[in-house]
Structure formats: C-alpha cells, structure tokens
Design a protein around this ligand. Structure first.
Ligand code: ATP
Length: 755
C-alpha cells in the first residue's frame, strides 16, 4: 500500500516559513496540511482528501492542480484571485474560499458533486449561470458586491443561500428553488418580493434593509423564523401578513419604528399566538395570557372587569341568580379600610375588629413578598409569596391594587375581597396611603379610617417594642406621619374618620364605636342623616352609644350586648335579610353606571345560560382605542381626586399615583371599552359595532390615528358614573371637644370643616 504524503511536522513552523515565499503555495506545504487519508480506486492506494490552509497569505495556489482527489478544500483568509485549479478536482464536494480576492464567479470547471461553496468576503460583482453546478446545496455569497440575483434557476438542490451584505435592491430568480434558509441581511431591499414560490423556506433573514411592509411573506407557509431587525416597519397591522403562518415561532422586529407603538409587544403576541420568541426574547405564558385578556377576554375575565365597575359576582353564578338569601345581587362589595403609617397598630385593630364583629366583617388578607415576622401566619396575616409569584399574579390581573413599600410588594387581590363577600361579610383591610389613593381611583367605595399617631415618643416606643424594624425603617415610618396628617388637613373628606392611635385600647374602642355608628346609621334607613360634624376626628368619647337593634323577631343578648349580631342566628332567613339590608345600606346608592352595568351583566348571564358565548377574538381590538388609558402612559396623572375627570377615573382605575411617597402600581388599569364591546357584541345591539364574524385582522390592524390596534373602531363605553362624593358623606362620629393629644389632627379637621 502506497502512502503519497505523510505529515509528521510541527505545522505552525512550516506555515510561517512558507507564508514568506511570495504567497505561492508549495507541494511541501500542501503535504503538511492535508488530512483524511482514505483509500481510492482499487483500494490499493491511499490518498488524502482534505486540505485546509487558512490565513497563509497565499495568492498562488496553482500547485493544487495536481491534487485531483481532493474532496474538501478550505482556503479562507488568503489573497487568492484565481481558483482555476479547482477545474482539476472532479471529486470536490466542499469549497471554502471565503475572505480572498476572487472576482471571477465560479471561475473553474464544475466538479460534478460540488455541494457547498463559500465565496463570502470576496470581490465578486456579477452572478453567472450555475446550471452546471446542479449539486449545489449550500452557497454563501455574502459580503460581495452583487446587485442582482441570477443564474441559480437550475440549482435544483440549493437549500441554503446567503447573499448578506451585498447591494441587492430586488429579489428575483429564486423561483421554485428548494431553499429552506435564505439570508438577505444588509442589502437595499425596500419590499419583500420574489419569495412567493419558496414553498420550503423555513428561516428568512431580511434584517438591515429598508423594508416597510411584511406583505410578500403571506404564502411562505412553513416559515418558522423571520428576522426583520432594523428595517422600517412602523405599523402593528403589518403582522396581518404573517398571521396565517402557523409554523412561525420566532419573529424579530427590533430596531423598527413599530416598537414605539403603545402595547406593541402584547398586540403582536396576541396577533401571532404561535410565537415563542419575539425580538429575541422568549414569549412568556404570562404575556400570552395578558395579551388574550387584553384583546379577547374570556367571560371570566370580563366578569373580573365587571368587579371593577361594581358588577356583582353572584350574577355570574346562575344557581344563585335568584337566591334572595344572598347579599343583594346588585350591590357592590362593602369594604372598610384602615390606613395609617406602618406599625401604628392598624393591622391588630383590623384583626380585632373582625374578631369582635365577625358577623359583619372579615379580614381581607393581602399578598406580600416580604417574609413573615415571628408569629405571623401565612394566609392569616398575609399570603406570603415569592416575587415571581407576585409578578405572575399581576400579569394574571389578580390584584385590585399593589404598592411597593420598604422594598417589598404588597397587593390586595380580588379573591381576597370576593372570599369575604361570598360569606356575606364586609371586607376589612389595612393599607398605606398609596393603597388608599389607588382604591379611590377605582370603583370600590370603602369607608376609610385613618389611624394616626399624635405622640412621637409613644409611636417610636411602639415601633421599637415590636422588635422587627431597623432604625431606617422606623425613621421612614415616622417621617410619613406628617404625610397622613397633611392629607387629612388638605383633603376634606378624604378619610371618613380619623382616630388617634397612641393608645391601642382606646383606639379600638373608638373604632368599634364608629363602626357601630355606621351600622346603626344604616339600620335606621336614613332616618338619621346626621353623621357628625364636619370634623371627622374621633376620640372614643362616646356621647351616646346607640344600640343596634336586631329585627323584631330576634332575641337574646351577646357579647355586644346592645346590638350584637352574635345574638342572631345567621342561618335564620330573616337574619340574612336583615343583614343584607344593613350591608346594602352601608354602601352608597347605585350610580347610573352600576345599573347599566348590572343590566348588561344580566344579559350576559342569560346569553351564557342558553349557550351563546362570544366567538373567539370577537372583542379583539374592536375597542382597543381605549386600551392604553392615559394613566398607563402617565401613571402620575391622576393622583389628585380633583383633577380626575369621570372618564379618567374610569380608565385609571388601578393606578397608584407616584406623587404620594413615590410608589407606583404594577397593575394595569382595565380597559372599560373592551367590556362595552363585549356586551354590545353579545347583544348585537351596536349598530356601528362590527359583526363577530368580521375579519379579525381587518379590525385589528386598520390604520388608525393613534396607531393602536383597532383604534379606528369607535369604542362603546359604558356610562361613566359620577362616583360617590366623599365629602358628601358626613362623619358618623359626632366630634366631642378637642383633647390636647388630638390637637394636631383636629386642626386639620377643623380646617376642613370650615372649608
Ligand atoms: N395591599 C396593600 N396596599 C397598601 N399598603 C399595604 C397593603 N398591604 C399592606 N400594606 C401596608 O404596608 C405597610 C407594611 O406592611 P407590613 O405588614 O410590613 O407592616 P407592619 O410592620 O406589620 O405594620 P402594620 O402593623 O402597620 O401593618 C403597612 O403599613 C401595611 O398596612
């Protein structure tokens, strides 16, 4: 057996010597750089089949004419101009001549099995007919100076073609090629054309061009990845051209003007629901859910929205639709909010109140990302959750409001309120001022009671005695007392009552008294409209404690002897009715919105019962003109009650103003218009509304003034409520004479009262 070339030397040294010989490749160097020894012909002879000579400064490789058996030739990063030696290599399969000085396009006789050619980074300008190279599968012609594509028509096996970074302004001549991968990155394309018949195309790179539309891609049904980074696509509606590409998983629109569109990512994710990667970022399950909830909310999400507009849970449950023993179906939830600076004792008071008046109140357990303090119990004091779970809940739209406090997130979930409401009770929660501001912008209308420390030393002592706060935390808490006092001073009626909380027991007695006043007041069915002086400060000195009389049928006395509902039997129907009445009375009268909303909900439930549900996507974008409320774009815009117009109140339902303490909410405001459309679509009563069968995309992507999906469609909003005017609700606790320790607070109250 004869072995023609043997390589036993240190290759790097040899390479250096030969590179100095004017770039002429010698047999000796070849001899040292060949590899892949294999037998040929009769099997009596062995030859090397591969030659690899990168970065050798070679300009003359004519010696290779003698190496007829080469199958793989790699000569990248040299200075080669002439590759005619390849004409003598009939068995060549792979040729890499990238990064050379070659200007002649395929300037050699065709090796009949040539499958892969890399001519990138050369000096070629014109493509010529390659019909003699019919075995070609991979062809890389990137970084040359081609301005036109041509000569590939007969390359019937060509699957991978790269023409990146050339000067191509028009695509043509690729018809019917079996291309699976095509790269036209960095050319001068202004539109997608000439690709229509590439039925096998899976990966398309059109980045770094000047393309303005995705039209031209719609027939590429097996396309899985499109890179359009840094083009000129400016409209989300362009996605309609790739909407039917069911295998599309990866789309890159980075660096396009469309990125500036509001809600760009959610809208694209909604339109292209098969995407797993958008703009090089994985599409998360939360994003998919959020996008569907936003643009095509299922019935339960519509129901959740209704909660925000005071629609009622019970109506969604046909079995309780006409259950008269349930809390009044058309009433919103009752809520009591205790607010005040951290550590002022409001949480203990809330727990105690719920314990003592358990027939009326239950504690609304919030979620938090902070860890439990010693003695705290999960599910009782808080639902202690991870940051990730908290974020997930936000994405799923489960929170009514959230705030950041002391580096942790806190949130009140709809479930927390509903769980209490399902028991037929009013929900008692505690929260910081930012939470109150958030609720004030929602359709919840709780009673707000401010608990405020008036004696610095006592408050500090209390904070210290808890043994859980750092000095910085205590400073932060102390510094916020003035914020609360200021708010009370400057915003008349902002809090329904103010209770000094220096003494816990006294504060509790006052709180209980106030709450009882609420209940008595409501029981008297408006007979007693005098809910106290304009000064909302209460001290617990009760001028007279009014008994809360049970209905006449009830007897006995309990813990709250004069008025205790523990004496009542909750399973007793008359008790329930009595209770419902009180609970209904606790709430302000229904607004026009509530009534309209309730009517729509009833209609929706009726439709649902008879099996009629809105078709998928029927709400998509029909109403999206309103999908980015101003509050979303400008979260601080609605921090003042006074500045909120009715409409902005509606749309900024869950926004936490940033001005008060710099907190912000992560919960997206709800899109009221979606609700309106959903219901109108169901009822078919909206003359201007598109029919559910109307082409989704036509609706979704029509040109719009504000460039929002579907914003061309006039939204139908439910009527905007006037909302309860807090100042109109007088304080239930008559103001006794000022005591010295409440002076600071009362000064504010007096001011307000005079105002
Ligand atoms: N959902 C919420 N929205 C707004 N504020 C909240 C919410 N949940 C809790 N908070 C408030 O965040 C602050 C920090 O809560 P944390 O439970 O850590 O306080 P704390 O040290 O136990 O004090 P406190 O006894 O006042 O609750 C408290 O003032 C609490 O009332």
């Amino acid at each position: 057996m004869e072995i023609k070339q043997v390589t036993l030397h240190t290759r790097s040294e040899e390479a250096k010597q030969h590179s100095k010989k004017d770039g002429v490749l010698t047999a000796a160097l070849v001899c040292r750089r060949v590899s892949n020894l294999r037998s040929v012909g009769t099997g009596l002879q062995c030859l090397y089949h591969h030659l690899c000579l990168p970065s050798q400064d070679l300009s003359d490789v004519s010696v290779l004419c003698n190496y007829v058996h080469l199958q793989k030739l790699q000569l990248p990063h040299n200075k080669i101009k002439d590759l005619s030696c390849v004409s003598h290599m009939p068995y060549l399969v792979i040729l890499d001549a990238s990064h050379n000085d070659i200007s002649s396009f395929f300037g050699f006789q065709p090796p009949k099995n040539l499958k892969e050619v890399n001519f990138s980074h050369n000096r070629m300008t014109n493509m010529k007919d390659l019909s003699a190279f019919s075995s070609l599968r991979h062809l890389d012609l990137g970084y040359n100076s081609f301005s036109e594509i041509g000569g590939l028509e007969q390359c019937c096996k060509l699957t991978n073609l790269s023409l990146e970074h050339n000067k191509i302004s028009r695509v043509g001549g690729l018809d019917r090629l079996p291309l699976t991968h095509l790269c036209l990155r960095g050319n001068q394309l202004e539109r997608v054309e000439g690709l229509d018949n590439l039925k096998s195309l899976q990966v398309l790179d059109l980045s770094l061009n000047r393309i303005t539309t995705l039209s031209g891609l719609q027939n590429l049904h097996v396309l899985g990845s499109i890179n359009l980074e840094r083009n000129l696509i400016s409209e989300i509606q362009e996605c309609k051209h790739v909407h039917d590409l069911s295998l599309l998983r990866d789309l890159n629109l980075l660096g396009n003007p469309v990125q500036e569109q509001p809600d760009y990512r959610l809208a694209v994710i909604f339109l292209l629901q098969h995407l797993t990667v958008l703009d090089k970022e994985k599409v998360t399950a939360e994003e998919k859910v959020s996008s569907v909830n936003k643009y095509d909310p299922p019935l339960d999400v519509v129901a959740a929205r209704d909660h925000m507009t005071h629609l009622v849970y019970h109506l969604m449950q046909p079995q309780v639709l006409y259950d008269s023993t349930m809390p009044s179906a058309d009433s919103p939830y009752a809520m009591l909010v205790l607010t005040g600076p951290q550590g002022c004792g409001k949480r203990d008071l809330a727990h105690r109140l719920c314990q003592e008046l358990s027939e009326y109140f239950a504690y609304g357990t919030c979620h938090t990302t902070r860890g439990p303090y010693v003695g705290e119990e999960n599910g009782i004091d808080y639902h202690f959750v991870s940051e990730e779970d908290f974020q997930n809940m936000i994405h799923m739209g489960q929170f009514v409001q959230t705030v950041q406090y002391g580096g942790h997130s806190y949130g009140l979930s709809r479930d927390a309120i509903e769980d209490v409401a399902k028991e037929g009770l009013a929900c008692c929660v505690h929260m910081e001022l930012e939470g109150v501001l958030s609720l004030k912008n929602s359709y919840f209308e709780p009673r707000y009671i401010l608990l405020i420390p008036t004696q610095v030393e006592k408050y500090l002592g209390h904070l210290k005695s808890r043994g859980v706060y750092s000095a910085a935390q205590m400073d932060a808490a102390m510094s916020r007392v003035e914020l609360y006092a200021d708010t009370n001073r400057q915003r008349l009626g902002f809090f329904d009552n103010v209770i000094p909380c220096d003494d816990c027991e006294e504060a509790f007695q006052t709180l209980r008294h106030i709450v009882k006043e609420y209940l008595v007041e409501e029981q008297e069915e408006g007979e007693n409209n005098n809910r106290g002086s304009p000064d909302n400060t209460s001290t617990g000195h009760k001028p007279e404690e009014k008994p809360l009389s049970p209905p006449p049928s009830r007897s006995g006395s309990g813990r709250l002897a004069a008025h205790s509902a523990t004496a009542l039997d909750p399973s007793d129907l008359s008790y329930r009715n009595y209770f419902n009445k009180i609970q209904a009375e606790l709430r302000p009268p229904k607004s026009a919105t509530e009534l309209a909303s309730i009517r729509r909900r009833e209609q929706l439930v009726r439709e649902a019962i008879v099996g009629k549900s809105p078709g998928i996507y029927s709400q998509l974008f029909k109403s999206s003109a309103q999908t980015a409320p101003s509050s979303l774009q400008n979260p601080g815009a609605h921090c003042s009650e006074d500045s909120s117009s009715n409409e902005s109140r509606a749309s900024s339902a869950l926004t936490v103003p940033s001005s008060a303490g710099g907190f912000s909410s992560s919960v997206q405001p709800l899109d009221m218009s979606v609700l309106g459309h959903t219901l109108e679509a169901l009822k078919g009563e909206s003359p201007g509304a598109p029919h559910p069968d109307t082409d989704l995309l036509a609706l979704a992507v029509s040109p719009s003034s504000d460039r929002r999906p579907g914003s061309n469609v006039k939204p139908i909003l439910p009527p905007i409520p006037s909302g309860r005017k807090t100042p109109a609700s007088p304080s239930p606790a008559p103001s006794p004479g000022p005591s010295p320790k409440t002076k600071a607070v009362e000064e504010g109250g007096d001011e307000g009262g005079e105002g």
